[in-house]
Design a protein around this ligand. Structure first.
Ligand SMILES: C[S@@+](CC[C@H](N)C(=O)[O-])C[C@H]1O[C@@H](n2cnc3c(N)ncnc32)[C@H](O)[C@@H]1O
Length: 388
């Protein structure tokens, strides 16, 4: 139960699981600031299809910047954050940071634990996710909102007076994490996959101006089960070293965005020249001179980037013909973006990169975005998106 007896706002609890951790999020329902006619789920789904086919960007740097500015202004419990949805309507989201809620334990239905609304997060909804996300057959106020505010819930330490939270998983010590990463990075440098990557970059991307590296959703080096994290971070270091060699050691900005990262990650990443940045800043950094890596993200990275940028290189799962159900779907817009890229395989039997490929933009010259900062060109095709 919320500790504010007047707080009857509907919210749902979602857990986001990776092999490293399970994060619990509370999804509130925003207040619609302009009245809207009630519609059925089918009508709302048809509207989402229409909006998608019309070419309207679901994600824009302007909308992300506006949200980021509000998050950075350090709102406290009771403050409101306002976003606009795809129809242009304003949505008001209530900030609950610091408040608490009691949740039933998943292991023992009779046990309850206190959780604190700890961190603000963004629930990114691709068109397919929006269409499949109608709870209880109702069209809520967030029906057309591709960016929805949510709160990360952390278990409260009932013995502490100041509502301290208990980390779910053991976070490694800085020196151990740094040493383990160095070892993994050396192992990675000796793999065929790394050698192939360097050769592909030298042969096909030497003419692309690149001054930024952004790694999304790599996971946490400081949490257990971090083999993939280490390999993906080591790959980013390889790319940084390639760029430094190419540009005679001039500056390359290197960023990592994953809400799972801890203060230990921040220090270890800083030591290797990477800045750990908060969601949603990473999207604002991606541009036409960027190298982007994103493997198995819990967010629709490809769909967001297809709307806002044309990075020089994107390393991510191969774009499939038909896939709208995954957390990072290959949608018509993603497929259209990828037409401007050449695909290169890692050409190795390394399990870590079996389904990951390298997309290098066909044009070495950075393309110019549309006046609204987006890249999507409406085709007039009314591509139907299957629901989740
Ligand atoms: C299934 S894990 C994949 C981790 C790793 N890349 C791998 O290959 O094992 C999904 C990751 O997406 C991250 N993630 C979720 N929301 C994100 C966001 N808004 N920006 C960046 N990463 C995010 C999660 O924290 C988690 O580490």
């Amino acid at each position: 139960m919320c500790d504010d007896p007047h707080d009857h706002e509907v919210e749902s609890i979602m857990s986001s699981t990776s092999c490293q951790s399970c994060t619990i999020w509370s999804m509130g329902q925003p207040k619609l600031l302009e009245p809207r006619e009630d519609v059925t789920v089918e009508q709302a789904q048809a509207r989402i299809d229409e909006l998608y086919a019309s070419g309207i960007p679901f994600f824009t740097k302007q909308a992300i910047q506006e949200l980021w500015d509000q998050i950075q202004s350090k709102p406290t419990s009771g403050d409101r954050i306002v976003t606009k949805d795809l129809t242009g309507a304003s949505l008001e989201w209530k900030v609950k940071l610091g408040k608490s809620i009691e949740l039933r334990s998943s292991e023992d239905r009779d046990a309850r634990h206190e959780f604190i609304y700890k961190i603000l997060g963004v629930n990114y909804r691709s068109a397919a996710h929006l269409k499949g996300g109608f709870r209880w057959g109702e069209v809520g106020s967030e029906a057309y909102a591709p960016m929805q505010l949510m709160h990360q819930l952390c278990k409260a330490d009932s013995s502490s007076e100041n509502k301290e939270t208990i980390p779910d998983d053991p976070i490694g010590e800085r020196d151990d994490v740094a040493r383990d990463f160095q070892k993994s990075a050396e192992d990675w440098e000796n793999t065929e996959t790394c050698k192939n990557l360097k050769s592909i970059l030298r042969s096909f991307a030497s003419g692309h101006p690149i001054n930024k590296i952004i790694g999304f959703a790599c996971g946490s080096l400081a949490l257990p089960n971090n083999h993939h994290v280490s390999v993906q971070t080591a790959l980013l270091v390889t790319v940084r070293n390639w760029l430094k060699e190419r540009y005679n050691d001039s500056d390359v900005s290197c960023y990592i965005q994953d809400p799972m990262n801890t203060s230990v990650d921040k220090e270890v990443l800083a030591d290797i020249g990477f800045e750990m940045i908060d969601d949603p800043r990473g999207w604002l950094e991606v541009d036409e001179r960027s190298f982007v890596l994103s493997v198995a993200p819990n967010v629709p990275v490809k769909e967001i980037i297809a709307d806002i940028a044309r990075p020089a290189i994107a390393v991510w799962y191969k774009v499939e013909e038909e896939d709208t159900a995954s957390t990072d779907p290959s949608t018509p817009r993603v497929r259209e973006m990828i037409e401007g890229y050449d695909l290169h395989e890692f050409a190795s039997d390394n399990d870590d990169f079996k389904t990951v490929v390298i997309y290098i933009r066909k044009s070495e010259i950075p393309p110019t975005p549309n006046p609204d900062g987006t890249f999507f060109t409406p085709t007039g095709k009314s591509d139907k998106l299957d629901s989740e």
